[in-house]
Design a protein around this ligand. Structure first.
Ligand code: DHB
Length: 395
C-alpha cells in the first residue's frame, strides 16, 4: 500500500523554483509538499551558475528566503568583454544604476532549504516522482517511490512541475517531455573550479578566434572558469596545462593559477515547452524552459514564473478565482522569450561556431564593436544582465 499524503500544492522539484514557491505560498497560508528524487547533500553540493540579478536578490531578501543574497562583498558593478585584443567594460551602475550579486545557486538552495526546515515543512528528499495521474481532474496526484523503494502518492488541488530540464511533469502537460521549441548549439562549456586567488574583480567574457572564455569566481579563494569546447569532449582528456592555456586565450589579464579540483562539460540548449499548463498542473523554471548559460539567466528567469504562480495560487486559494491561473502562461511567456533572446544573443555574439566562415567572424566583431561602442547598446546589455524588473509579478 502506497503512503498517502494530501496537500493544497504538490511541488515536484526542490530546486530554486519549487523551494521559492513553497516559501512564498507559506507566507499566505497555502500548504504545500515539495518532493525531490535527490538527497539534500546532492542538491546542496551541485555546482551551478553564480549570478543573481538585482531584482531576484531583492525577492530573496525581501521575502525572508535568504538574508545572504545581497552581500556587498559579492556585489558586481560591471562586466568586461575582451575581444580583438581590447577590453571593454560595461559599468552597470553608470548605465542602469543596478548591479548583480555573485551568489551561487547552491548557496541559494542552502538558504531556501533552511527556510523550509525552519518553517516546519522540510522538502521530502529521495522521493522520486514517477508520474502524475488524474491530470485532467481537479484532484491530480503525484505518484512515485522513495530511495528505499516505498511507494507514495500525493493528492493535491494543484501540482507544480518544477522538476528541471528532464521534467516528467511535462508529460502530463504536453503529452511528452520534448514537445516544445528547441535550439541546439554546436559547442559546450568546459568548466573548472580552482583553488586560486581572483584574477579579476569582475567577470570577463572573452571572444577570440579560438572561441569563448568566461572568468568567474566563487569566493576570494575559489574561482570558476569556462572555455568553449566540443559537446562530446571527455572532461578527463586534457591536462591542467592545456586547460590553463585554453582559459588564457583572448583574456587580457594574466590568470592566477591554482590546483583544479573540479572539471565538467556543460552541454546546453534553448528550449520552451509548448504549453505551461494543463488544467491544475503548471510548469515552472527549467521544466518550462531552459536557456544556454551565457548571461546566467536560468535561475533568475525561474523566479519570474514562481512569482506569477504565487499570485495565481493566492488568487485561487484565498480569493476563489482562477483568472490568474488562466493568464499564467501568457504572463510568464513574455519574460521567457525575452530571456531566451538575451541568452541566445549573448551566446552567439561571443562563441565561434565550428563552421564559422571568415565573413561570420568579421561580422561578429562588427557586432561586438557596435555594442561596446554605443551607450544605448551597452545599456541594453546592462539592463538585461542586471535583470529586468519583475513588475506586476512581484507586488
Ligand atoms: C557564471 C555562469 C554564467 O553562465 C555566467 O554568465 C556568469 C557566471 C558562473 O558560474 O559563475
Amino acid at each position: 500500500m502506497a503512503t498517502q499524503m494530501k496537500t493544497q500544492v504538490a511541488i515536484m522539484g526542490a530546486g530554486p523554483s519549487g523551494l521559492l514557491l513553497a516559501h512564498l505560498l507559506q507566507r499566505s497560508g497555502i500548504d504545500s509538499i515539495v518532493i525531490d528524487g535527490k538527497s539534500r547533500e546532492e542538491i546542496e553540493g551541485t555546482v551551478k551558475a553564480g549570478i543573481v540579478e538585482q531584482p531576484a536578490a531583492e525577492v530573496l531578501v525581501g521575502s525572508g528566503a535568504s538574508s545572504r543574497a545581497m552581500n556587498k562583498e559579492y556585489e558586481h558593478h560591471g562586466i568586461t568583454f575582451d575581444f580583438d585584443g581590447g577590453s571593454h567594460r560595461f559599468d552597470f551602475t553608470k548605465l542602469v544604476n543596478k548591479s548583480v550579486f555573485l551568489f551561487p545557486q547552491h548557496e541559494v538552495l542552502i538558504d531556501l532549504i533552511a527556510a523550509r526546515i525552519a518553517a516546519g515543512n522540510p522538502p521530502l528528499f529521495e522521493h522520486l516522482a514517477e508520474k502524475i495521474i488524474d491530470e485532467n481532474t481537479n484532484n491530480p496526484k503525484v505518484v512515485g517511490k522513495t530511495a528505499s523503494g516505498e511507494e507514495f502518492e500525493i493528492s493535491a488541488d494543484v501540482v507544480i512541475g518544477a522538476d528541471g530540464s528532464a521534467s516528467i511533469a511535462r508529460i502530463a502537460v504536453n503529452g511528452s517531455q520534448t514537445s516544445g521549441y528547441f535550439r541546439e548549439y554546436p559547442f559546450a562549456w568546459y568548466g573548472i573550479l580552482t583553488e586560486a586567488p581572483m584574477s579579476s574583480d569582475e567577470l570577463i567574457y572573452s571572444r577570440s578566434e579560438e572561441g569563448f572564455v568566461l572568468i568567474s569566481t566563487r569566493t576570494p579563494d575559489v574561482q570558476r572558469m569556462y572555455f568553449q569546447c566540443d559537446p562530446t569532449m571527455d572532461p578527463n582528456s586534457v591536462s591542467d596545462e592545456e586547460i590553463w592555456a585554453k582559459l588564457q586565450l583572448g583574456v587580457k589579464v594574466e590568470l592566477k593559477r591554482g590546483p583544479i579540483f573540479r572539471k565538467d562539460v556543460l552541454r546546453f540548449r534553448s528550449f520552451v515547452a509548448s504549453g505551461l499548463r494543463n488544467n491544475r498542473i503548471f510548469l515552472a523554471g527549467d521544466a518550462a524552459h531552459t536557456v544556454p548559460p551565457t548571461g546566467a539567466k536560468g535561475m533568475n528567469l525561474a523566479f519570474s514564473d514562481v512569482l506569477w504562480l504565487n499570485q495565481a495560487l493566492n488568487a485561487f486559494f484565498n480569493e476563489g478565482t482562477e483568472s490568474l491561473m488562466d493568464s499564467y502562461q501568457e504572463d510568464a511567456l513574455d519574460r521567457i522569450w525575452k530571456a531566451q533572446n538575451y541568452s541566445y544573443w549573448m551566446t552567439t555574439m561571443l562563441h565561434i561556431a565550428p563552421d564559422a566562415t571568415e565573413f561570420d567572424k568579421k561580422r561578429q566583431l562588427g557586432e561586438l564593436y557596435s555594442v561596446t561602442g554605443s551607450e544605448y547598446a551597452r545599456q541594453y546589455v546592462a539592463e538585461g544582465y542586471t535583470g529586468w524588473e519583475y513588475g506586476a509579478a512581484w507586488k
